[in-house]
Design a protein around this ligand. Structure first.
Ligand code: FAD
Ligand code: NAI
Length: 475
């Protein structure tokens, strides 16, 4: 006998588990299927984000930042310690505990919201009268029927052709998050978000890190001025980033990995490292979903084709998150999950793709929302720019972290905020004010007129807004 549901969600990453909870809140009978296993073979909902992405990477970034503070910055505060050491096993153990707390939290939320959770792989079996039959293969086999199906099966790391991840020498994000000891030499291919975050973790702990990037520009999607400032800071830290390289043969042996490449000048080079992280983007995941059984349409990248509302080519089948177009971000997946649940319930779910914030959790952090200066130029928009350096912010001086700036871009005629770009301390938190402002179509002057607490980093945001009209008070 098959079990009947109003909604079946396949995948319990941020897109799927949030969609399941929202659908249940709206009074629907909901099933959520996820196959991720913890080390004991038990369920580990939360997807890439919780298990091998956002959460564990931020746990390691935090530990490594503490280590760097203790070894390099405590003395400035008059604090002396004995020799500071890092026990990598404890750091990784703490990270695993943080991950488990999040897995358990999601299982609790499923119970609280009466979402039926199935641990196993979900696959389309066939379309049936008024819905779809989904088979679950796990500890037990189940057959479920859902009137509506939300696919949230996420993404996997992209491998270089012919170079498989062995997670010992050649690491994806998964292996990069559980290296057992600090490698002496670490190579990274791709200076995108993962390369910079994971490269920072292991550099702070003492690894000699070289990042090889194919493109000639650093962080091409980031506002140029901000990317330049970030690059300066990374150079100072000793994070070596080589741009414009062409990767050749990669050989992995017991003693490490050798990477042949051509540098930007066209010279042949070889990099010998103990471990290599390959972080060259991610590919949508529909493995084992049996999309052919129902004719679910995929594009040439393997992403499920959806419209702006996350509707697929099949009636009653929706898809959200990394498995569809758009930025591969946890909060984007969540927003789509909520919007789809609300649309199924007959409400007007909405995602504003123009105000999705991006954050890179390096030190300094990089965060932005809206368009960059180069995008505005390309779009032929007349704009005004205002910047304010953290060097002139009292709280940043007290923190001992004055790298970077806040930058506002506003429409030249209406003063509407078109983009806000931050590189510096706590940029991840500061960006929220800009997101709220842009959602409410605020002008730069609106922010300039709001009282910001003193001393706080957020005063740099107000000052950058003032700078749009060339009237900063503290610079
Ligand atoms: P996923 O999180 O990938 O979840 C998909 C789930 O579906 C998985 O649990 C998978 O096991 C399950 N599944 C797949 N197929 C099936 C099937 N057939 N049956 C059953 N279950 C199935 N984003 C941010 O916004 N902020 C960050 O700081 C950040 N840091 C990151 C760091 C790293 C190292 C990585 C790799 C990614 C990071 N991301 C970050 C991106 C973020 O993790 C993804 O955008 C997000 O997880 C996408 O959510 P999702 O629900 O679409 O898919
Ligand atoms: P990415 O797209 O951020 O960066 C990949 C980099 O690799 C690019 O700079 C690209 O030019 C380069 N590249 C591609 N092919 C190459 C090749 N053959 N040789 C040399 N360089 C090459 O992808 P990344 O870092 O793998 O992360 C995947 C995604 O995960 C991100 O795009 C993001 O959506 C998400 N993520 C988000 C985080 C956050 O929000 N803080 C943190 C980590 C990941």
């Amino acid at each position: 006998m098959s079990k009947q549901f109003d909604v079946i969600v396949i995948g319990a990453g941020p897109g799927g588990y949030i969609a399941a909870i929202r659908a249940a809140q709206l009074g629907m009978q909901v099933a959520c299927i996820d196959e991720w296993k913890n080390d004991n073979g038990g369920p580990a909902p939360g997807g890439t984000c919780t298990n091998v992405g956002c959460i564990p990477s931020k746990a390691l970034l935090q530990s490594s930042e503490h280590f760097e503070h203790a070894t390099k910055h405590f003395a400035e505060h008059g604090i002396s310690t004995g020799k500071v050491t890092m026990d990598v096993a404890t750091m990784i153990g703490r990270k695993d505990t943080v991950v488990k707390q999040n897995n358990d939290g999601i299982l609790y939320l499923f119970k609280k919201n009466k979402v039926s959770f199935f641990h196993g792989r979900g696959a389309f079996s066939k379309a049936v009268e008024g819905g779809y039959e989904i088979k679950v293969e796990g500890a037990a086999s189940e057959t479920l029927v859902g009137k509506q199906v939300i696919v949230a099966t996420g993404s996997n790391a992209r491998a270089l052709p012919g170079v498989a991840f062995d997670e010992v020498n050649v690491l994806s994000n998964d292996g990069a998050l559980r290296v057992g000891a600090v490698p002496k030499k670490l190579g990274v291919i791709g200076s995108g978000v993962i390369g910079l975050e994971m490269g920072s973790v292991w550099r702070r702990l003492g690894a000699d890190v070289t990042i090889l990037e194919g493109l000639p520009t650093f962080l091409g999607a980031v506002d140029e001025q901000i990317a330049k400032e970030a690059k300066k800071a990374f150079d100072k830290q000793g994070l070596k980033i080589e741009l414009g390289v062409k990767i050749g043969d990669i050989k992995s042996a017991k003693k490490g990995v050798s990477i042949a490449y051509t540098n930007a000048k066209g010279e042949a080079q070889t990099l010998q490292v103990d471990k290599l992280i390959v972080s060259i983007g991610r590919v949508p995941n529909t493995i084992g979903l049996n999309t052919e059984a129902v004719g679910l349409q995929l594009d040439e990248r393997g992403a499920i084709v959806v419209d702006a509302d996350c509707k697929t080519n099949l009636p009653g089948v929706w898809a959200v998150g990394d498995v569809v177009r758009g930025p591969m971000l946890a909060h984007k997946a969540e927003e789509e999950g909520v919007a789809v649940a609300e649309r199924i319930a007959g409400q007007h779910g909405h995602v504003n793709f123009n105000t999705i914030p991006w954050v890179i959790y390096t030190s300094p952090e990089i965060a932005w929302v809206g368009r960059t200066e180069q995008q505005l130029k390309a779009d032929g928009v007349k704009y005004k720019a205002g910047t304010f350096p953290f060097l002139a912010n009292g709280r940043a001086r007290a923190l001992g972290d004055t790298t970077g700036m806040v930058k506002f871009l506003a429409d030249a005629a209406t003063d509407e905020i078109l983009g806000v770009h931050i590189v510096g301390p706590m940029a991840s938190e500061l960006i929220s004010e800009a997101v709220v402002a842009m959602e409410f179509k605020a002008s730069a002057e609106d922010i300039a007129r709001i009282c910001h607490a003193h001393p706080s980093l957020s005063e740099a945001t107000k000052e950058a807004a003032l700078a749009v009209d060339k009237r900063t008070l503290n610079f």
